[in-house]
Structure formats: C-alpha cells, structure tokens
Design a protein. Structure first.
Length: 175
C-alpha cells in the first residue's frame, strides 16, 4: 500500500488527532518529497512529461517551449505543488495553437497558505511581503530591514538564503 499526505502525521499522533496504530501501519518505509519550489531542477522534466502526456491525449504536436516560459515556470512559487504544474500544463496544451507551448498567466501574488508551513517558508513569505511593501528598498529608515527589525546585512543574507531578489519578483510579475 502506498499512501501520501501533506500533513505531519507524527505531530497529529502526538496531538491525538491521528490513530497511533494506523500511523505505525502506514509508516513502514516513509519517503519525504520536498515541495516543487525546492526542486527547481525537476520542473523542465515534469513540464516535458506533462506536455507529452496531454499532447498525445489531445492529438497535438507541441515539441517546443520558449526559454522565457520555462524561466517563468522555474521562478514561480508553486503553492499547489506538482498538481498545480500539471493542471497549468494541461490548460496550456488545450490553449496552444502551433508547435510552441503557450502558457496561461501565472498568479503573481503571494500564495495564501491553508496548511501549516515550515519556519523557512513563513520567513520567506514574510520577507517577500515586506520587501514588496517597501518597494524593494532594503536599507534606510523605511526600508525592509528596518521594518523587520534586522540589520541590512542580515536581511541581504536571508534574501540570498531564501532565493529572494527584485529580479525574481519582476519575473513573477511579467508572467
């Protein structure tokens, strides 16, 4: 049996919200797969797979995707994970006329999360929100660092660690 969840079952067991006996029956060989936004190298392969799958189903031939489109896919946050990518590619194949995949617009807003997030994800989202509110000014009295209560160099370090840059945000808006 293969089972998948996006919940922390061990935490739910500890909170007595998931049956311990069922947890241990399912937890024989756990495989943790990071979210798509942390596996950017998988995106081109997944896009190729989904384009092929849906092109065949719809009797289309779509052998190309522009570098710009692939770049946009690589810099999107993917709050819906692989399933969101799959749905987007299916929609793109349906809408494409010709042999170059035409992507529908990607959401440019910060995703609203409905499930618990890691501290790193929460920090990334909060930094991004404050940077947008401060028009990407990092330093100064009204800059993001001051608003966050950290040194400018600390914020720059956190931005690098979380993959945040004005260029990345601009690419999201271009989509």
């Amino acid at each position: 049996m293969v089972a998948a969840t996006n919940q922390d079952l061990a935490g739910l067991v500890a909170d007595k919200q998931f049956r311990m006996d069922l947890y241990y029956r399912l937890n024989v060989f756990p495989i943790t797969v990071p979210p798509l936004r942390l596996r950017l190298d998988d995106i081109p392969m997944l896009v190729a797979h989904f384009v092929h799958k849906f092109s065949q189903r719809m009797s289309k031939r779509i052998p190309k995707i522009s570098k710009h489109a692939m770049n946009n896919l690589m810099h999107y946050l993917w709050p819906g994970n692989v399933r969101e990518l799959q749905n987007l590619i299916e929609r793109a194949v349906i809408l494409t006329k010709g042999d170059v995949l035409q992507l529908p617009p990607l959401r440019s807003c910060i995703p609203i999360r409905t499930v618990p997030v890691t501290l790193a994800e929460a920090e990334r989202d909060h930094i991004l929100k404050v940077l947008e509110e401060s028009n990407w000014a990092v330093g100064g009295k009204t800059g993001a660092a001051a608003r966050l209560g950290v040194a400018r160099t600390t914020l720059i370090s956190k931005m690098k660690k979380r993959g945040l840059s004005r260029d990345m945000a601009q690419r999201l808006l271009e989509v």
